[in-house]
Design a protein around this ligand. Structure first.
Ligand code: APR
Length: 311
């Protein structure tokens, strides 16, 4: 298994590191446009192999896609991150060009690869990668739901003084302020969260989750990487091991939930073939409204992408 990670910055390097630790690939190729960055980080990671006990060969290259030839999975993290005061949407003009460019170059050498997008604004960048890759939408999708759910789970676990791994949760919608956490589908080892926490506490956790990424940007001065990198690696794991896991993934919706022709966070079954199916869960009127609002905001941003006339 050969995996390419494009962008050797904070998220890309973290993702590659987790992939190596989990022994998901024989070879990881890290690509960046900044001379020496991917080579240096790959070398540093490779030099941890005897300490952290893994065999994955990690190499880095500067904008040389021939080294990525024959990759089975391509993870795209290249692009600029948010700075304080910016929304994810502010990144579109720069990142759309980068995502288009790197996808086209990578797919030329690995036409059969599955593409996992992490660059923001995620839902529209995933659409851009889909257009650039010119592949079936089941093979091109994005990472956000696992990250948003992980943040949500961490806040619930903190409140209950329990382990985050016992928290089950699902979030829908775009990766932004309009994301849709679903308290009705949240449980702790099977116990509905409504039996464990008052609804106003859950509401405040939902709000904290929505602004979770932004709060980190304020603290660090750039966007987060440990959780995003690990979340992307979890998707890679589900693909490599053909686990058929059910995650919220930024996937192409073609009529599911009454929404068409955009990428949006929805529950899917994920395995070696990519997105095997989009799962339609039952939503009440309020949840449907939130999901539609989120879809509208993704659609508005997609119009900005369309107006750039890159495709
Ligand atoms: N080709 C390859 N690499 C590129 C290109 C390109 N055309 N353009 C930019 N890059 C690289 C940068 O050189 C940088 O090393 O992408 C990397 C991005 O790394 P960081 O600046 O550290 O950003 P990071 O925090 O990793 O976030 C990357 O993921 O979560 C999202 O919002 C985040 O869009 C952002 C992306």
């Amino acid at each position: 298994m050969k995996i390419t990670v494009i962008g050797a910055g904070n998220v890309g390097a973290t993702c590659a590191n987790v992939i190596a630790h989990k022994a998901l690939a024989n070879q990881i190729v890290l690509v960046d446009i900044k001379p020496g960055l991917a080579e240096g980080k790959a070398l540093d990671m490779w030099q941890t192999a005897s300490v952290n006990i893994f065999d994955t060969r990690i190499i880095g290259v500067t904008d040389d896609y021939s080294a990525t030839e024959g990759s089975e999975i391509i993870v795209i993290t290249s692009g600029i991150p948010r700075k304080p005061g910016m929304s994810r949407d502010d990144l579109i003009a720069t990142n759309a060009r980068i995502v288009k460019d790197v996808t086209e170059k990578a797919i030329r050498y690995s036409p059969d690869a599955i593409v996992v997008v992490v660059s923001n604004p995620l839902d529209v960048m995933t659409y851009a990668a889909y257009r650039a890759a010119n592949k079936h939408h089941s093979k091109v999708f994005g990472m956000a739901g696992i990250l948003d759910a992980a943040r949500y789970k961490s806040f619930i676990a903190e409140k209950l003084n329990t382990s985050p791994r016992d928290v089950q949760a699902l979030l829908l919608g775009g990766h932004g302020d309009t994301m849709v956490p679903l308290p009705r589908y949240t449980s702790v080892s099977g116990i509905p969260v409504s039996q464990l926490l008052d609804s106003d506490v859950v509401d405040s956790i939902v709000q904290k989750t929505r602004q979770g990424g932004g709060d980190l940007v304020k603290l660090i001065g750039t966007s987060a990487w440990y959780a995003p990198g690990a979340a992307a690696a979890l998707m890679v794991e589900a693909i490599v091991h053909d686990q058929h896991r059910i995650f919220s993934v930024c996937a192409y919706v073609n009529g599911e939930y009454g929404i068409r022709d955009i990428y949006l966070g929805v529950p899917v079954k994920l395995g070696r073939a990519g997105v095997e199916e989009v799962i339609e869960i039952e939503l009440d009127e309020y949840e449907k409204q939130l999901l539609n609002d989120s879809a509208c905001s993704v659609r508005r941003l997609k119009k900005t992408l369309d107006d750039m006339k890159l495709f």
